[in-house]
Write a protein that binds this ligand. Structure first.
Ligand code: NAD
Length: 244
C-alpha cells in the first residue's frame, strides 16, 4: 500500500516509539492523528515534527482504555480527516512487580491500557477501514509477550494477548483487504527503559546484536508492515535477536 495521502492514527504518540512512528509515517506522506494521554506539549511537539513533512497532523487527548473516549476520539478524527486507513496501537504502560506481590489494580490497569486499549481502537476504526476498502493495523507487542519475563506477569500477559488479538483480527478482516500485524520490540531506548541499568546487566548482555534498539528501528518495521499488501497475522520481532 502506498502510504502517501492515507490517514493514520498513532496512539501513545507524544514520545518514544509512538512519536518515531508518527514522524516516519508523516515523512512517507501520511496525515497523522496523534493520540496522547496526558502530556499536551509533548504531543504538540510530535505534531510539529509531522507538519514539517507537509502533511496534516493534529493531537487528540484520549485514554485508550476507555471505550467511550476512544469512540468519541475516532469520531472526531473522522470529522477532521474524512477517513482512516492506518492504525498503530502503540500506547502502553508497565507496572512491574513479582507475582506474589502484584496488586490487582496494577494487573488490571496494564491489561486495560495495553490490551483493551488496542481492542477499543480496532473496534472503533474497523468500520472506517471497511468503508475505505483498505486498512492496515499494526499493534505494538513485546518480546515479553513471546518469552515471558519475571516481574512482568501483567505486562507479558497483555502483550501475549495483543498477539492473539492481532491474529484473530487478521483472520477476520483479511477478506476485506485489511491486514493486521504486530511488532514485538526488545529493549528500545525510550523513557520506558530509562531506568534499566546499563553496566553489567545480564539482560542487556544477552542481546545477540549487543546493544539496545532505537525508536527508529521499530518505526521502520511498522511502516514496512503497513506498506506490505501480503503480510498479515505476522509478529515481527525488532529485538537484536534476543527472542530467537
Ligand atoms: P513510552 O512510555 O515512552 O511511551 C508510551 C506512550 O503511551 C506515551 O506517549 C504515553 O502517553 C502513552 N500512553 C500511556 N498510557 C496511555 C493511555 N491510557 N492512553 C493513551 N496513551 C497512553 O514507551 P515506549 O517505550 O515508547 O513504548 C511504546 C510501546 O512499545 C508500548 O506499547 C510498549 O509496551 C512497547 N514496547 C516498548 C519497549 C521498549 O523497550 N521501550 C519494548 C517492547 C515493547
Amino acid at each position: 500500500m502506498d502510504i502517501k495521502g492515507k490517514n493514520a492514527i498513532v496512539t501513545g504518540a507524544s514520545r518514544g516509539i509512538g512519536r518515531a512512528v508518527a514522524v516516519r509515517l508523516a515523512s512517507m506522506g501520511a496525515n497523522v492523528a496523534v493520540i496522547y494521554s496526558g502530556n499536551e506539549s509533548a504531543a504538540a511537539e510530535t505534531v510539529e515534527e509531522c507538519l514539517k513533512h507537509g502533511i496534516s497532523a493534529k493531537a487528540y487527548r484520549c485514554d485508550v482504555s476507555s471505550a467511550e473516549e476512544t469512540k468519541n476520539t475516532v469520531q472526531e478524527i473522522r470529522k477532521d480527516f474524512g477517513s482512516v486507513e492506518i492504525l498503530v496501537n502503540n500506547a502502553g504502560i508497565t507496572k512491574d512487580g513479582l507475582i506474589a506481590f502484584m496488586k490487582e489494580e496494577d494487573f488490571d490497569r496494564v491489561i486495560d491500557v495495553n490490551l483493551k486499549g488496542a481492542f477499543n481502537m480496532i473496534r472503533n476504526t474497523a468500520a472506517l477501514m471497511l468503508r475505505s476498502k483498505c486498512g492496515r493495523i499494526v499493534n505494538i507487542s513485546s518480546v515479553s509477550g513471546i518469552m515471558g519475563n519475571a516481574g512482568q506477569a501483567n505486562y507479558a500477559a497483555s502483550k501475549a494477548g495483543v498477539i492473539g488479538l492481532t491474529k484473530s483480527v487478521a483472520r477476520e478482516l483479511a477478506a476485506k483487504g485489511i491486514t493486521c500485524n504486530a511488532v514485538a520490540p526488545g529493549f528500545i531506548e525510550t523513557d520506558m527503559t530509562r531506568d534499566i541499568p546499563q553496566e553489567n546487566n545480564p539482560l542487556l548482555s544477552s542481546i545477540p546484536l549487543g546493544h539496545m534498539g532505537k525508536t527508529e528501528d521499530v518505526a521502520e518495521a511498522v511502516t514496512f508492515l503497513i506498506s506490505s499488501d501480503y503480510i498479515t497475522g505476522e509478529v515481527l520481532r525488532v529485538d537484536g535477536g534476543i527472542a530467537m
